[in-house]
Design a protein around this ligand. Sequence first.
Ligand code: AMP
Ligand code: MG
Length: 400
Amino acid sequence: MLSVEEARQQMLKSIPVLPTEKRDILECSGYVLAEELHAKENIPPFDNSAMDGFAVRSTDVKNVTEENPTELSVIETIAAGYAPEKRVSSGQAARIMTGAMMPDGADAVVMQEVTELVGDKVKILESVDKNENVRFIGESVNIGSSVITPGKVLRPPEVSMMASLNCAEASVYSKPKVAIVSTGDELTPLGEPLKPGKIRDSNRYGIYAQVQNAGGIPIDMGIAPDDETETERIFRESIAKADALITSGGVSVGEHDIVKNVLTKLGQMNFWRVAMKPGKPQAYGEIDGKPVFGLPGNPVSSLVVFELFVRPALLKMAGHTDLLRPTFNAVLASDVTNKDGRVNFMRAILTEENGEYIAKTTGPQGSGILHSLVLANGLITIPSGASLQSGEIVDAQFLN
Ligand code: AMP
Ligand code: MG
């Protein structure tokens, strides 16, 4: 059996990064940039005022105070979006708005709050230094400089910066289209009455949401019965439509656990037993060079294995390099034992108290008890054979 780290490393090595595509600026949030973005213009493009106030020559208002004010003639008003028409000479000022272009002759702005307008003159009540309240051309970004590097996730600040740089589109890594199939004769779609022996197909919906959450594009391929021929047909159809396939159920050692057979027949299976709980039986392989993730059928196992294996794989496909959720220390709120030979990812409520995280497990932890995940906001790692007491430290990570 492989350890979680071994299995994940092995799997991630073989995951392909998807090709790039050009995307419109309005459609590129959350994508990973595949090119370097340079400044084709200076930001800001001209010297401008950082305040509403008066553009002056700083030497004209040197040593000015409320008790010892000075008066300047106001020669024009410069609004944002317009070029000044006059030059400010000694004894003069131009009324100026935030973001408006600095007039020639002026080298500072006195903010409006320390002035009094008297007819066509302005009384200045406070001195300013040269360059004060002025934003200079290129002070945010200099023309020609590299501003956003390849591999950066385009978050709202990057999108805003793209617009500042006059980039209407960018080359980004494609997001993976992910086909999702549930397997099992017992599964009943929503809305149909449950016949004896049947249960609801919950995994398909949970996985669909996880794919969305991980930035992938889910494709619902429905339920495959426990029949090899039909499962094979559905897998082929899925692979034709998607960049990756996720199945749930049918990867254990039961006689109807046919996912591994079908995967081996259509492509290649790489490993199927990982020393973890929940989720020991799982399959990872490929068909036509596209990754196939065979998740266990038990609802908790399916969601946890996705979180630890499939999520980083989908992130890699989409060009991300930061693939794993950060782990941190948490203090156990109660005693926990793991008699198993496999590491146990327990579902926990993580809260911050006095600068440290406290971990409370969410009741019964059976791999079929979906409610243990509904109550949880994180996972804690209990090493195999560990017998830990309340107050001891464990590794923890948040879930979405
Ligand atoms: P299997 O690995 O197919 O033997 O499934 C293990 C357990 O998970 C069985 O109790 C199944 O009924 C259950 N299971 C399998 N697929 C799903 C699903 N899509 N939704 C909910 N439970 C499932
Ligand atoms: Mg099954």
